[in-house]
Ligand binder design. Sequence first.
Ligand SMILES: *[C@@H]1O[C@H](CO)[C@@H](O)[C@H](O)[C@H]1NC(C)=O
Ligand SMILES: *[C@@H]1O[C@H](CO)[C@@H](O)[C@H](O)[C@H]1NC(C)=O
Ligand SMILES: *[C@@H]1O[C@H](CO)[C@@H](O)[C@H](O)[C@H]1NC(C)=O
Length: 404
Amino acid sequence: MVFRSHFTLLILSIAITIGNVSTSSLWNSNKNTFLNFTQLSGRYNFWTEEHTVTTDDGYILTVFRMRSKDCFAFKKYPVLLIHGLFQSADTWLDAGPDAGLAYLIANECYDLWVGNQRGNYYARKHVTLNPDRDPIFWKFSIDQMGIYDLPAMVDYILKNTKKDKLSYVGFSQAVGTCLIMCSERSGYCDKVNILIALAPSSRITNMKSVVLRTVFDKFNKLKDVLTSIGVYEVFALGEPVQALVSLLFKSDIFAWVTSSTGLGLFDSPNPGSIDSKTLQQIATHTPSGTSTHTLAQYGQSLETDNFQKFDYGKKLNIETYGTDQAPIYNLSATTAPVVVLYGNNDHVDYIEDVLWMVKQLPNVLEVREIADPLWNHFDMVYSQNIKNLSFPIVSEYLLKYSTA
Ligand SMILES: *[C@@H]1O[C@H](CO)[C@@H](O)[C@H](O)[C@H]1NC(C)=O
Ligand SMILES: *[C@@H]1O[C@H](CO)[C@@H](O)[C@H](O)[C@H]1NC(C)=O
Ligand SMILES: *[C@@H]1O[C@H](CO)[C@@H](O)[C@H](O)[C@H]1NC(C)=O
């Protein structure tokens, strides 16, 4: 069986960053390239512990706890940081110590926990299932990340820190999964002090990114074919697509691709915002692996005006949910206070969909546009300007909710 897809959708991975490339120092060697989260953060002034959290349905997730060596006391509540689609905990380090949100938050003496959602290379384990041999391991989408992964991480962190709440910072998909948790797991939203929603993704009806629309749509249309030929895991680290992308980032071809193709295949461009070192880091960490079902669910989302569960088709929906339609998530159950940060130039989670989400949420404190008209989706995690433009807002709210 072919467990991993070998599609030449390499463009997908390259394009994540293409809009933001500054090619000036592309060939600078980068020693940090092959280090894992613990090693990378360890190069700077941080203690990092590796924890493993087991979900109710048996998935084993690595969660990193990262604290600054300069801090002798920590803020009242722990912070949980969660990545988006195709990403991992490493995402939060990719922009380097002056811009990566994990570094910036830990530097302000928060007890920082950086999680992983099932399927990526830090969360590709199960108590009984083998991801290389058991297709059923890959039978998940963002539904399960919200229903099982987040609650398990939240419980683990609160138990370890003896706190009753934590602050949650999520990028894109990680906001959607938090809304799912609040909708489906009663009581868990009360454990979220504040939800800081960076370029939030819930429904994606108006997504502009042509590449992502195409990929999601293809996976939705082809999911039965793909799984029948054994393609359950997609865009895993180390598979040909990723290896090629990584190589491209180090070669002339990459300069050619970035200068000659239409920029912003994935997103609208913000030239110079993401530096070349970050690009190289992204290339070795992304895509980090997910399931065919996850991409198919996004494909389904393109066709509805709602934020809803995986649609199995009438017959299986009745078996699974007891209704012939896939159930819609209850966004009014997100009772935690929410702060939304978005970019005017985000072509992935488009402003109309962000505002649609805001309208359903009962407790939104503020909706803030980042003060750079070209700020796009991936700037939120990879831009060198995070420290100036988005972090001050994140920091303000974390502080406000760490004493309350
Ligand atoms: C990171 O690398 C170190 C050193 O090789 C290793 O001990 C550790 O288990 C790795 N952590 C993860 C989560 O892979
Ligand atoms: C949605 O959640 C809210 C808040 O928990 C609750 O009052 C409401 O009944 C729920 N709606 C549905 C349709 O379940
Ligand atoms: C950040 O802000 C400072 C002070 O306003 C400015 O000097 C600096 O150039 C800014 N840095 C970036 C990367 O925008």
